[in-house]
Design a protein around this ligand. Structure first.
Ligand SMILES: NC(=O)c1ccc[n+]([C@@H]2O[C@H](COP(=O)([O-])OP(=O)(O)OC[C@H]3O[C@@H](n4cnc5c(N)ncnc54)[C@H](O)[C@@H]3O)[C@@H](O)[C@H]2O)c1
Length: 280
């Protein structure tokens, strides 16, 4: 007689999801920015070794030292993501440092906002290279490495609510690139699903970062911020550390059946119809 198989718990007892990243290695681009730094700390806290990647103008050493001081294994790497050839080599640097790579967080991003009439093709191309091309080049290099070595690979892209809904105010290039990053996420998830490589994205709303603090210094800026907050049902901007939970989830085995998703971390911003109102 065939053994009874419970389709919900084929291995027997239901297991608790594992967020443990012990023994895994991660690359995080834009690791010195507010969101990237929080992600580096979060991944390390859950056990991963972290390569902090950022532009040479950024203090990568500081973030690496913070992680080491907290007892974690970390290395730093600087490059300009506009240099696509240098971008393609980042994964090899991580493999030399750690011996394997299980997590890639494409978090670096730029927003060269400007009036449509004043916008330049140079700025447009720069946004596409940093926000989209670098993510593709790194993902492909990481997938190639996974293909030659085996092992697991989870890729997490930092998108934006702008990738799903227009922001106005000269954010055209930023929104277009984040929409492309969402679709890159889905296409790669489909391409690499059969190899067990998972690709997902997070979509932050406005996050408390120095740029918004500067904006709050003028009357106009404060009014714009109030309108932005008015579109967020939870009634406030996000904090950088509020991005971390979803990244740990997506990087870990807790999300082993999750790929091709773009998860808003936006206080309900994308759930709100533009014609809707938030009760206050
Ligand atoms: N802050 C927000 O409100 C917000 C909202 C939605 C999405 N995001 C996205 O979150 C991610 C991180 O944002 P953040 O607020 O921490 O931004 P940030 O500007 O402080 O950080 C971006 C990081 O990318 C790095 N970077 C930019 N250009 C680079 C280049 N050419 N080469 C190498 N590194 C480069 C920067 O040095 C920086 O460390 C970005 O992708 C951003 O688009 C941010």
């Amino acid at each position: 007689m065939a053994a009874h198989i419970d389709p919900f718990h084929p291995t027997g007892l239901p297991g608790a999801p594992s967020f443990d990243l012990t023994g895994r290695s991660a690359v995080v681009t834009g690791g010195c920015g507010p969101i990237g730094r929080a992600i580096c700390h979060g991944l390390a806290h859950f056990g991963a070794s972290v390569m902090v990647v950022d532009h040479p103008s950024q203090d990568v050493k500081r973030v690496v030292e913070e992680l080491e001081a907290a007892g974690h294994r970390s290395v730093g790497h600087t490059l300009d993501l506009l240099d696509t050839a240098a971008t393609a080599r980042v994964i090899d640097v991580a493999l030399d440092a750690f011996g394997s790579l299980e997590i890639l967080v494409n978090n670096a991003g730029i927003n060269l906002k400007s009036d449509l009439a004043a916008s330049t093709i140079e700025a447009w191309n720069e946004m596409w290279t940093v926000n989209v091309t670098s993510a593709f080049v790194l993902a492909r290099a990481a997938a190639d490495a996974q293909g030659s070595r085996g092992g697991s690979l989870s890729i997490v892209n930092t998108s934006s609510i702008a990738g799903s809904s227009a922001l106005g105010r000269g954010n055209i290039g930023f929104s277009a690139t984040k929409a492309a990053l969402n679709e890159l996420t889905r296409e790669l998830a489909v391409e690499w699903g059969p190899r067990g490589i998972r690709v997902n994205a997070i979509q932050p709303c406005q996050v408390e970062v120095p740029g918004f603090a500067r904006m709050a210094e003028s009357d106009d800026g404060r009014e714009t911020i109030a309108r932005m907050v008015g579109g967020i049902p939870l009634g406030r901007f996000a904090k950088p550390e509020e991005m971390v939970g979803a990244v740990i989830f997506l990087a870990s085995d807790a999300s082993s059946m999750v790929t091709g998703t773009v998860i808003p971390i936006d206080g309900g911003n994308l759930a709100l119809n533009a014609g809707g109102t938030v009760p206050r």
